[in-house]
Design a protein around this ligand. Structure first.
Ligand SMILES: NC(=O)c1ccc[n+]([C@@H]2O[C@H](COP(=O)([O-])OP(=O)(O)OC[C@H]3O[C@@H](n4cnc5c(N)ncnc54)[C@H](O)[C@@H]3O)[C@@H](O)[C@H]2O)c1
Length: 344
C-alpha cells in the first residue's frame, strides 16, 4: 500500500460511524485542486461520495487531482468561485477556494478579497437555494491576527488583534468577512454553516505548483533541505507555529461538516505541538541529513504583522467533535520529506 493510500485509510478510521454519511452524497468542493482541497476530494471519492471540484488553478494544480479525473464520481470544473454557476444539486458545500500563501496573496490582493467575499456569498447563495445539509467554510487562525501571550493557546472566543489596512489584511479580512457572511446566512436564511479555523497544516501536495518559489515556510524549508540548498530564515527564528499533518486536518474538517446539531459553530482545527521556526529548521535538517546552510536574506515578501506565536486551544474541537491531532510533527515531517523525494 502506498503512503498516500495508507494516509487515506487513517482518515477513514478517524471518521468512524460519521464516514457512513459520505457514500451516495454530492459534494461541491471549491479550491479542490489545492493542497487541503485535493485531500478532501480524495477522501470523499474513495468513500463513495460524488465530488464536483471547482478551482481556477490560481494557486493549486491539476497535478493534485490528475489521479481522480478518471473516476466516475469526480468532476473538475475550471472556474472562479465568484462566477461559478451550476444546475447540479448538492448535499454539502465545502468552500476552500482562497489564495492562502502570503507571497501570493500580496501579489494578488484584490483576487484574494474577491474569493473570500464575493466567492463566499455566491457559494452561500447556492447553499440557500438548494437547502444543503451542510456548508463548511475553511477559515483561518489569521482571523486572530497577532494575539498577545495570554491568548496563547488561542480559543475561538478571542476576537483578534488584526490590522485591517496592511500587508496581510487582504487575506485576514477576506476570511473575517467570509465568516460574517456565514453567520448572516445562518441567522437570516437558516443555511447550516460550520466554520473551521484552520491552523498551519502541511503534508504532501502543499504548494505543489512551486514549493521553492513562494512556498509556505515548512514545505519550503523541507524542499530546500532535501535539495541541499541554502535556507533563509526571516527574523531570529523565535516566532512559533503549530503544524498539523493533513490526515488529522481532513478528519477534523469532515467531522465538523458531518456531525449533527452543530450548525453555526466555529471550531479551531490544528495541532497543539508548538515549535519555533528556528527549531523547525533544525528538525528538518536532522530528518533530511541535509548539508543546507542557514543564511540571512531579505524576505521575499512583506513580513510586517507576521504573528509571533500560533497555537490553537482545541478544547472545543475535543469536546464537540471528539477530535484532536494525533500525528507527531516528526512523523508527519518524515512522510512529507519522503513525498518530496519521490515527487522530485
Ligand atoms: N494550509 C494551511 O495551513 C491553511 C491554514 C489556514 C487556512 N487554510 C485555508 O484552507 C483552504 C485551503 O488552503 P490550502 O492550503 O489547500 O491552499 P491552496 O492554495 O493549496 O488551495 C486553495 C485553492 O483555491 C484555489 N482558488 C483560489 N482562488 C480561487 C477562486 N477565486 N476561484 C476558484 N478557485 C480558487 C487555488 O487555485 C487553490 O487550488 C483555504 O481556504 C485556506 O485559506 C489553510
Amino acid at each position: 500500500m502506498s503512503m498516500l493510500e495508507n494516509d487515506l485509510g487513517e482518515i477513514k478510521n478517524s471518521l468512524g460511524e460519521h464516514g457512513k454519511q459520505i457514500s451516495g452524497r454530492n459534494f461541491l468542493v471549491t479550491g479542490g485542486a489545492g493542497f487541503i482541497g485535493s485531500w478532501f476530494c480524495d477522501t470523499i471519492v474513495s468513500m463513495g461520495g460524488t465530488v464536483v471540484c471547482v478551482d481556477n488553478l490560481s494557486a493549486g494544480s491539476e497535478k493534485n487531482i490528475a489521479h481522480l479525473l478518471k473516476a466516475a464520481n469526480f468532476k473538475f470544473v475550471k472556474a472562479g468561485v465568484e462566477e461559478f454557476e451550476t444546475g447540479e444539486k448538492f448535499d454539502y458545500i465545502v468552500h476552500m477556494a482562497s489564495i492562502a500563501s502570503p507571497p501570493l496573496y500580496q501579489k494578488f490582493p484584490v483576487e484574494t478579497l474577491d474569493s473570500g467575499v464575493l466567492g463566499t456569498k455566491r457559494m452561500l447563495e447556492i447553499a440557500r437555494k438548494q437547502k444543503v445539509k451542510g456548508f463548511l467554510l475553511t477559515s483561518t487562525s489569521e482571523v486572530y491576527g497577532n494575539p498577545p501571550n495570554e491568548m496563547i493557546p488561542t480559543p475561538e472566543n478571542y476576537y483578534g488583534y488584526v490590522n485591517s489596512y496592511g500587508p496581510r489584511s487582504m487575506y485576514d479580512e477576506s476570511k473575517r468577512c467570509a465568516e460574517a457572511y456565514c453567520y448572516s446566512y445562518w441567522k437570516q436564511h437558516n443555511v447550516p454553516v460550520r466554520i473551521a479555523r484552520i491552523f498551519n497544516t502541511y503534508g504532501p501536495r502543499l504548494d505543489t505548483k512551486n514549493p521553492s518559489g513562494y512556498g509556505r515556510a515548512l514545505i519550503k524549508f523541507a524542499y530546500l533541505a532535501v535539495n541541499n540548498k541554502s535556507i533563509s530564515m526571516y527574523g531570529d527564528g523565535s516566532q512559533t507555529r503549530s503544524f498539523c499533518y493533513i490526515t488529522d486536518q481532513i478528519a477534523g474538517l469532515l467531522k465538523l461538516l458531518l456531525l449533527p446539531n452543530i450548525d453555526g459553530e466555529v471550531v479551531n482545527i490544528g495541532s497543539e505541538e508548538e515549535i519555533s521556526i528556528g527549531d523547525l529548521i533544525k528538525t528538518i535538517l536532522k530528518l533530511t541529513g541535509s548539508s543546507s546552510k542557514l543564511i540571512n536574506t531579505k524576505p521575499a515578501y512583506d513580513i510586517r504583522d507576521d504573528p509571533l506565536r500560533r497555537k490553537p486551544d482545541l478544547s472545543k474541537a475535543k469536546k464537540m467533535l471528539g477530535w484532536g491531532a494525533k500525528t507527531s510533527l516528526e512523523h508527519g515531517l518524515s512522510k512529507t520529506i519522503s513525498w518530496i523525494k519521490e515527487s522530485g
